[in-house]
Design a binder for this molecule. Structure first.
Ligand SMILES: NC(=O)CC[C@H](N)C(=O)O
Length: 220
C-alpha cells in the first residue's frame, strides 16, 4: 500500500498525516511538494491541513492552482481515493473536485477542540469500515470551516448520500451541520475535522485510527 501526502508552503498537518499513514499502512508515505508535477503510483492521496500560502486570497485558493494539483485531479478522475483534511478540504473545493465552499466561521472565531461527528455514509472507501449513525470524536481547528452551497446542491448531496459526516451540534455555521462531503464517484472526500490527530490514546483519542484503518482496508 503506497500513499502520498501533498505538502504546500505552510501546510502544518503534513507530519501528522505522515505518521498516521505510516501507522496504518506500515509504509512511509511519499511526501510530495506542491511544485512537483508528478505523483508516484499510489493507492491514496492525502491533502493535509494547514494554512497553505497563508490562506492568502481565500483559504486553499492558491494551493488549488499548484502544479501538483493538476496531477491530483487526474488521479481523482481515474478513481484514486483523495482525502482532503481541513485546509485539504478547502483546496479540494477551490480545485473544483468538490462542490460548495468553506466560508469564514459563523461568529468569526477560530474553533478548536474535540467535536462529535455522526457517520452519514458507509458507501465509500473512506466510510465503508464505519457504521451508519456511528459517533466519532475528532479535533477541529479552523477559521474557515463554514460549509456552504446553494440549496439545490445541498439537496443533491443529501439525496445522493454524499454527506459523509455531520456535526452533532453547530460548530462553525455549516449548512445542515455538514462536516464532510464526497464527490459523485465517492473517491474524493473533504472533511474539516482532523482524524490524523487522534490516532493514539496518547493524543487524546483513537477514533482517527479507526477511520484510517477502515479506509486502508477498503482500498487494500
Ligand atoms: N487546520 C487547518 O487545516 C486550518 C485550516 C484553515 N486554513 C482555516 O483555519 O480555516
Amino acid at each position: 500500500m503506497q500513499t502520498a501526502v501533498i505538502v504546500s508552503p505552510a501546510s502544518n498537518c503534513d507530519r501528522d498525516a505522515q505518521v498516521a499513514l505510516k501507522q496504518v499502512t506500515g509504509n512511509d508515505p511519499h511526501m510530495v511538494w506542491h511544485a512537483d508535477t508528478e505523483l508516484p503510483p499510489v493507492d491514496l492521496v492525502v491533502i493535509p491541513g494547514g494554512f497553505s500560502y497563508g490562506d492568502y486570497l481565500r483559504a486553499g485558493a492558491m494551493a488549488a492552482r499548484s502544479p501538483i494539483i493538476r496531477e491530483v485531479i487526474a488521479r481523482a478522475e481515474a478513481g484514486t481515493p483523495v482525502l482532503g483534511i481541513c485546509n485539504g478540504f478547502q483546496i479540494l473545493t477551490e480545485a473544483g473536485l468538490l462542490p460548495g465552499a468553506l466560508l469564514r466561521n459563523a461568529g468569526i472565531e477560530f474553533v478548536c477542540g474535540l467535536r462529535t461527528l455522526r457517520v452519514e455514509n458507509t458507501d465509500s472507501p473512506f466510510t465503508k469500515g464505519l457504521k451508519h449513525g456511528q459517533y466519532l470524536k475528532f479535533p477541529v481547528a479552523h477559521h474557515d470551516g463554514n460549509y456552504e452551497a446553494d440549496d439545490e446542491t445541498l439537496d443533491r448531496l443529501e439525496g445522493e448520500g454524499r454527506v459523509a459526516f455531520r456535526y452533532v451540534e453547530q460548530v462553525n455555521g455549516s449548512a445542515r451541520n455538514i462536516a464532510g462531503v464526497l464527490n459523485k464517484q465517492g473517491n474524493v472526500l473533504g472533511m474539516m475535522p482532523h482524524p490524523e490527530r487522534v490516532i493514539s490514546p496518547l493524543l487524546g483519542g483513537e477514533d482517527g485510527a479507526t477511520f484510517f484503518r477502515g479506509l486502508i482496508e477498503a482500498i487494500a
